[in-house]
Design a binder for this molecule. Structure first.
Ligand code: UGA
Length: 427
């Protein structure tokens, strides 16, 4: 397993738990030392336990340097980052560097498996780079969500394996043998495209929901009821229908941009996807406008308390977090920001990060919920109200119970839902 990020480490630890012998490799010596001692840095429920158990059984080990690790492997998974590169395309330098590094030491018949999200055509490119007819290249995209990666791995909706060498693809599919999930065996290009097609569909679904939420606000409807009514239609499904401050994280933003680029490369203008990306920026701007409205129109000098910084609950990942995107616009126009996130304790430019949610309320004109951490629901909102200067809560995740906010003497506004304001006579 080359790369010990959340995908590589989860895949490695889970495959070890299925009975395989797994060696995880990274270039970061300190990280390998910590992992060898059973210490996991990322917040991923169940992962640390699996790592400790894997080490205990002797089936999971950690080493620095890929060349030695792959010399006796039956299969090598590439789980290195493929960030957004120049112009929005996926940056494949890490994948190619590893393929180059290990190309001549891979045993004959060993499958080289791409787990990282790579543009269509990458398997072919790697094959050409390797120049080894005896090493099949297989695409095996992952569908793990951060925060539920172990559960997603052990209870997958499907397993996708694609290669020009179908026997090699099936062999990779069999590694997951004990998991009850359909296995889709395909050519390499189709497997590579499945990953983008799925993530981009999810992004479009969310942009669509955020647009419908905007319509709800303008038409006096309630997005929670609209999506409930939509979601019972099995063709639509009930999940991924929650509006928010926009979609983010380390996958959806980079994968949508990358697929637009892939489409451009074959002269297809993927307008539907471009619109979904534009809509995501518009959603952030609408949230900022809503906060400005709650501050009486001007953000300059406004004191804003932020609840949540991670791109979603259950993770400490800040990459492409919509919360940070909203915060940076607020900060740029002169708002004073104080933030709390249960999983984030490091300093962040442009804001004061505190370790107690009640400190966020101190003298705040407005409180903004940006990440859907359940614990925000059960805060003592009376105490929050006492500490605040103003009386508005902007809940970009529709997380809080509006009645409780109202009972605390505050006004609540969510996304796509009617605003709940305390009558003036009671204020
Ligand atoms: C996503 C996909 O869901 C995984 O299937 C995929 O494997 C992964 O990318 C990847 O390519 O590695 P992840 O980035 O962990 O997983 O996060 P999601 O749970 O998909 O959330 C993405 C964004 O959408 C977050 O900002 C989240 O807050 C937002 N979201 C999600 C909503 O605003 N509403 C929803 O109903 C669901």
């Amino acid at each position: 397993m080359v790369g010990t990020g959340y995908v590589g480490l989860t895949t490695g630890a889970c495959l070890a738990s299925l009975g395989h012998r797994v060696t995880c490799v990274d270039v970061d010596e300190a990280k390998i030392a910590r992992l060898s001692a059973g210490r996991v840095d990322i917040l991923e429920p169940g992962l640390a336990d699996l790592v400790v158990r894997g080490i205990g059984t002797g089936r999971l080990s950690f080493v620095v340097g890929a060349r030695a690790a792959v010399a006796e492997a039956d299969g090598v998974f590439l789980c290195v980052p493929t960030p957004m590169g120049a112009g929005g395309s996926a940056d494949l330098r890490a994948v190619e560097a590893v393929a180059n590094e290990i190309g001549d030491v891979l045993p004959s018949g060993c499958a080289l498996i791409t787990k990282s999200t790579v543009p269509v055509g990458t398997s072919k490119r790697i094959r050409a780079m390797l120049g080894r007819a005896d090493v099949p290249v297989v695409s095996n995209p992952e569908f793990l969500r951060e925060g539920t990666a172990v559960a997603d791995f052990l209870g997958p909706d499907r397993i996708v394996v694609g290669s020009d060498d179908l026997a090699a693809a099936r062999w990779v599919g069999d590694l997951y043998g004990d998991l009850a999930a359909p296995v889709v065996v395909s050519d390499a290009a189709s497997a590579e495209l499945v990953k983008y097609a799925a993530n981009c569909f999810l992004a479009m679904k969310l942009s669509y929901v955020n647009s419908i939420a905007e319509l709800c606000e303008r038409l006096g409807a309630d997005i929670d009821l609209v999506t409930e009514g939509m979601g019972y239609d099995r063709r639509i499904g009930r999940s991924f229908l929650k509006p928010g401050p926009g979609w983010g994280g380390s996958c959806l933003p980079k994968d949508t941009s990358a697929l637009v680029k892939v489409a451009e490369s074959v002269k297809y203008d993927f307008r539907m996807l471009t619109s979904a990306i534009d809509e995501n920026i518009a959603q952030r701007d609408r949230i900022v406008a809503k906060i400005a409205g709650a501050c009486g129109g001007s953000l300059a000098g406004a004191r804003i308390g932020l609840l949540g910084l991670a791109f979603k609950a259950g993770t400490n990942d800040l990459r492409d977090s919509p919360a940070l995107a909203v915060a940076s616009v607020l900060g740029a126009v002169g708002a004073e920001l104080t933030a709390y996130d249960p999983a984030v304790d490091s300093g962040i430019d442009g804001m004061t990060v505190v370790d107690d949610p009640y400190q966020v309320a101190k003298d705040a004109d407005v409180i903004v919920v940006l990440t859907e951490w359940a614990e925000f629901r059960s805060l003592d909102w009376g105490l929050m109200a006492d500490a605040m200067e103003g009386d508005d809560v902007v809940d970009t995740r529709n997380l809080l119970d509006p009645q409780r906010i109202l009972d605390a003497g505050l006004s609540w506004q969510g996304v796509g839902r009617p605003r709940v304001t305390r009558p003036k006579s009671l204020a």
